[in-house]
Design a protein around this ligand. Structure first.
Ligand SMILES: NC(=O)c1ccc[n+]([C@@H]2O[C@H](COP(=O)([O-])OP(=O)(O)OC[C@H]3O[C@@H](n4cnc5c(N)ncnc54)[C@H](O)[C@@H]3O)[C@@H](O)[C@H]2O)c1
Ligand SMILES: O=P(O)(O)OC[C@H](O)CO
Length: 327
């Protein structure tokens, strides 16, 4: 008997890598991409040069620009940029299949997490969140990766984990959907800060300090929003924070490095087709944190840098000059 086909909404690096991972056990994968040329190249050449160069894609992946082609599948991974997710999902015909949200961000216009935006855009569909330390190229190459798969219920986990699990792709069960989302959204902003430290050549001590103090900010914010501490210290929180704050493979880290070297955020972003989610999440995260009375000085600093209100060196000096406090 042939395996159940599954779907992926989003033909960027991460959606394409997830499609490749899903297709690795011989099942058919339908991939929705925003750009027609991406669809044509995936179907004709089994490549996605603009977003995942150098990877030979499994021929079991069939791409489309029509969301109706995915509507009846039992599980859809949602992998658009966070700021486009609501609008894309609004175009998905009704269905009963699980939506597994894989984008990392907070919606700028509303301050909502992806799960709230998805609930409004695709009412009635069961929702889950997949998040963790996952560079797309490594997953596409079949390198070992572990993620948090936060589900609405054990029954949902029993339904979708067997569709997602592969020998080199290991999901861990959680019911903390809010925690899984907040880790992924906040770490992108903190990775920009770590990139700034790299761009200014401030050294490894400074980076480790930023990761630890950034994690304190993530934890304060997460707990205020109802996340569980163990999720924040797991794969989707601390795990992803460490990955993204340590590598030029991260678009957020490399954006921060450019800021540290004196470039303007608008110029760096204008040169890229790929998304650095932290640049969009930072201002809305700052807004929501302020409204909840959560102090996030590193996030505030990233916002000021992105807005061009302060030079990188001065921003770091201001962080260091804050009044001494308990850890
Ligand atoms: N790349 C990774 O390693 C990785 C890993 C984990 C999570 N993520 C998350 O996955 C999400 C998608 O990132 P990515 O890396 O796949 O993207 P990407 O940077 O590779 O590509 C940009 C994507 O944006 C799409 N896009 C551009 N304009 C659009 C529009 N108007 N409407 C809909 N889509 C549009 C493009 O089609 C493309 O799919 C992000 O939230 C990201 O944080 C990425
Ligand atoms: O390249 P980044 O900074 O978007 O990070 C990619 C993934 O989120 C890492 O887990």
């Amino acid at each position: 008997m042939s395996k159940q086909a599954v779907g992926v909404i989003g033909g960027g690096a991460w959606g394409t890598a997830l499609a490749q991972m899903l297709a690795s056990d011989g099942r058919a994968v339908r991939l929705w991409a925003f750009e027609a040329p991406v669809v044509e190249e995936v179907n004709a050449q089994h490549r996605n040069t603009p977003y995942l160069a150098g990877i030979d894609l499994n021929p079991g992946i069939r791409a489309t620009t029509d969301l109706a082609d995915l509507a009846d599948l039992p599980m859809l991974l949602v992998v658009t940029p966070a700021q486009h997710m609501r609008r894309v999902l609004a175009g998905l015909p009704q269905g009963e299949g699980d939506l597994v949200l894989c984008c990392k961000g907070i919606e700028e216009a509303t301050g909502e997490l992806m799960v709230d935006a998805a609930r409004a855009a695709a009412p009635g569909r069961p929702l889950a969140v997949l998040s963790g330390p996952t560079f797309a190229h490594e997953v596409a190459n079949g390198q070992p990766t572990a993620v948090t798969l936060a589900c609405e219920s054990e029954a949902q986990w029993d339904r979708i984990a067997p569709l997602i699990w592969r020998p080199a792709f290991r999901p861990y069960f959680s019911t903390d959907i809010i925690g899984a989302e907040i880790g992924g959204a906040v770490k992108n902003v903190l990775a920009i800060a770590c990139g700034v430290v790299e761009g200014l050549r401030l050294g490894q001590n400074a980076r480790a300090a930023l990761i630890a103090r950034g994690f304190a900010e993530m934890t304060r914010f997460g707990l205020a929003c109802g996340a569980q501490a163990e999720t924040l210290s797991g794969l989707s929180g601390l795990g992803d924070l460490v990955l993204t704050c340590s590598s030029m493979s991260s678009r957020n880290f490399s954006l921060g490095k450019a800021l540290g070297e004196g470039r303007k955020a608008a110029d760096v972003l204008a040169d890229r087709a790929t998304v650095a989610e932290g640049a969009f999440t930072a201002p809305v995260l700052q807004r929501v944190a302020k409204a909840r009375g959560v102090a996030m000085p590193i996030v505030d600093t990233v916002c000021a840098l992105l807005a061009g209100q302060v030079a990188a060196g001065d921003a770091v000096a201001a962080l260091l000059a804050r009044p001494l406090t308990a850890e």
